[in-house]
Design a protein around this ligand. Structure first.
Ligand SMILES: [Mg+2]
Length: 381
């Protein structure tokens, strides 16, 4: 079945107030949805980004002015060959680089091709990935973003943690890196709100130096953390590996690594205890399936980074098909959740701490295309 068209839809979803983590602040939630249509009119959807504030034209430009021409007229079932055509050797696409924006843009098309293939074959994507290992995925609540240009207070952190516990989540992930004193106050409030049995994960977004973190690790460890995410610069694989052995808390990372090649190095150097590829950064479903398999061979659990709309479902299908799946990240704030609800309806909505795996063909999403027009960035018109 030949590919007839490829289209990129930029979206800028407004926020009531700016959100932030240890690395930056965002004033709206931006993403790019990709639609690939076969010659019989059936369409699949993928996603690029999302990007904290800006950068959208770079991604739509990559789709519209480069990648589109590489896949239109090709057989939509040939996901492996087309991924290589978009980012691999032997095409001028390679000139854009084999990580970063170029890989994210290719990932958007790759995800859409898997959705399209599933719809054409009338089977869920997880069935194409090897079948079902898990029919529901445990989800941890991820959030605790700073608001209004500041970190959350301890009181706000405790309230947010309690709301997640009330919704049935078995664990939460909170932002740290706002100074040891504030971090300790927030962690204490969250632990008090959750009680001793629910999990606490922390995300430093690469903000610590290795010596400082080792000096303060005992304070963080006191809260019985499930894992610490991106504690230091993720390209410092030597010290990431030191932490993975010596920190006393499992080290997780992956949202800022791209392609199987980069993950191969991370895994071979034992730089993480838990791997967190983001399907829309790492290279789509085709590439992330390989990354998950590599991690499995090293007994490293898969816990993908997920902060998307359409691509949430792509990550859930992957988790459903992998034997080393640990849990799904689940964000309900910061913009991506509001957009997801409008764009994807009830697909992959958490219930009692688990995300049910879609059983419908493809990714199992009915995309509301009216959202494309509603949130088209005004500055791009
Ligand atoms: Mg993170």
């Amino acid at each position: 079945m030949k590919i007839k068209s490829v289209k990129a839809f930029p979206i800028e979803f407004p926020l009531d107030f700016p959100a932030q983590d240890a690395t930056g602040i965002w004033y709206n939630w931006s993403t790019v949805i990709v639609k690939v249509t076969a010659e019989n009119g059936v369409a699949g959807y993928g996603e690029i980004g999302p990007i904290h504030g800006g950068g959208i034209p770079a991604f739509t430009g990559l789709i519209e002015h480069r990648l589109k021409d590489l896949v239109i007229g090709q057989d939509c079932f040939d996901r492996e060959r087309l991924y290589e055509r978009m980012v691999g050797r032997g095409t001028s696409a390679y000139a854009f680089g084999a990580k970063g924006a170029a890989v994210s843009a290719a990932a958007g098309i790759d995800i859409a091709l898997w959705d399209l293939t599933g719809k054409l074959l009338q089977t869920p994507v997880w069935n194409l990935l090897g079948g079902c290992v898990h029919d529901k995925i445990p989800a941890y609540a991820s959030g605790f973003f700073g608001i209004k240009g500041r970190a959350l207070t301890a009181e706000e952190s405790g309230e947010e943690a309690k709301s997640y516990a009330d919704q049935g989540f078995k664990g939460v992930k909170m932002k740290i890196g706002f100074g040891l004193e504030q971090d300790m106050k927030n962690l204490e409030a969250v632990r008090n709100a959750l009680g001793p049995d629910l999990g606490i994960m922390v995300d430093a977004n690469q903000c610590f130096d290795y010596p400082d973190l080792m000096r303060n690790m005992e304070y963080y460890k006191a809260f019985n953390l499930t894992f610490i995410e991106e504690p230091i610069r993720i390209n410092d694989l030597y010290n990431m590996a030191n932490l993975a052995v010596n920190a006393g808390v499992p080290i997780a990372a992956g949202e800022n690594y791209y392609t199987k090649y980069e993950f191969r190095e991370v895994i071979e150097k034992r730089a993480v205890n838990i791997i967190q590829p983001d399907i829309i950064h790492a290279g789509g479903i085709s590439e992330t399936k390989k990354i998950a398999a590599m991690a499995d061979a090293y007994d490293i659990p898969l816990c993908p980074h997920i902060h998307a709309s359409v691509a949430v479902s792509a990550a859930i299908h992957l988790l459903a098909s992998c034997s080393n799946s640990l849990a799904s990240e689940y964000i309900t704030s910061g913009g991506s959740y509001g957009l997801r609800k409008e764009l994807c309806g009830n697909c992959c909505m958490v219930k009692d701490g688990f995300v049910p795996v879609p059983q419908e063909p493809g990714l199992g999403i009915v995309v509301n295309e009216k959202v494309f027009e509603k949130y088209y960035p005004k500055w791009l018109r």
